[in-house]
Design a protein around this ligand. Structure first.
Ligand code: G
Ligand code: G
Ligand code: MN
Ligand code: NA
Length: 254
């Protein structure tokens, strides 16, 4: 109960912060970042999303939290657009099912894009397979409305949720993100190697981009590259960090 009222205040008192983790291609070039929320709690220090996202989802606070992250990410896109060395970068924002189904979601995203001046084609919304437990027609409609404006969609944590291949075909997706649990043991577990190869083949045949998540070492990169993976995210390439550090690490600090 404490955490809930604390979180309610946190959203309005500026205690939330957006961290950015790099997404790279196979040549080590930066393609963009995933926005990951953090909570700077005055007493507890840095609180990770695993401790508060479910609570935010259950209490509906995820809507205001999500608005904050979306606005912050779009402001960042607009700032990057002003500089030739950063204007092609994308930002991926996690959108939870409750947030996506909230009646005002589409209009709000479009309003934030307009107000910030962000290029919507640089914004990627990460949905999870749990969204497919709800009304899929409605989900497809909302995705289409945003896609018409250029917003992209990624299916996050692919392979661990409730996805069926039938939905994969129906959803207007641009990208799949291979869940890090498969990437983690890809070199030591034959089953994980087969699963990762199969996801890569599936995605390529469906003409979807693929991001391998949780890439922690060069051996995993080699395996992924040799199986056609072109996008990577994980500690091997960079941890989630505040924007100032992200820009410094990638050599475009203002
Ligand atoms: O770094 P990490 O511990 O950041 O994030 C853990 C999980 O928390 C992510 O996999 C993601 O599902 C969720 N998460 C992180 N940031 C956000 C956010 O801004 N919105 C939503 N809905 N989920 C987030
Ligand atoms: O939204 P999603 O579940 O995909 O968020 C990614 C989560 O994975 C975040 O919690 C992020 O901090 C974490 N993460 C990112 N890269 C790595 C990695 O290389 N290894 C591990 N163990 N976790 C990672
Ligand atoms: Mn994600
Ligand atoms: Na993920």
């Amino acid at each position: 109960a404490h955490l809930e009222s604390d979180l309610r205040h946190a959203i309005h008192d500026g205690e939330l912060q957006v961290y950015y983790q790099p997404v790279m291609n196979g040549h080590g070039q930066l393609l963009g970042a995933e926005a990951l929320v953090r909570w700077r709690h005055p007493g507890r220090g840095l609180v990770m999303p695993i401790e508060f996202i479910d609570l935010a989802e259950q209490t509906g606070l995820i809507v205001d939290l999500g608005t904050f992250v979306m606005r912050t990410a779009c402001e960042q896109l607009a700032a990057w657009a002003a500089n030739p060395s950063t204007q092609c970068l994308t930002i991926a924002v996690n959108v939870s099912p409750r947030q996506f189904r909230n009646a005002g979601f589409v209009d709000e995203v479009l309003a934030i894009v307009d107000e910030t001046g962000a290029d919507p084609s640089k914004l990627k919304l990460e949905l999870t397979e749990n969204l497919l437990l709800g009304d899929v027609n409605e989900t497809v409609c909302r995705m289409r409305e945003l896609k018409e404006r250029g917003v992209g969609f990624s299916l996050d944590d692919f392979g661990v949720g409730y996805s069926s291949l039938a939905y994969l075909k129906r959803l207007p997706l641009d990208q799949l993100k291979i869940d890090r649990s498969f990437v983690n043991d890809v070199l030591s577990d034959v089953n994980d190697a087969v699963i990762v190869r199969t996801i890569l083949a599936l995605a390529h045949n469906l003409e979807l981009e693929v991001v391998a998540e949780g890439v922690e070492n060069a051996g995993q990169v080699d395996f992924l590259v040799s199986n056609g993976c072109e996008r990577f995210q994980g500690y091997h390439f960079g941890r989630p960090v505040p924007i100032s550090e992200f820009e410094r690490l990638h050599g475009f600090a203002p």
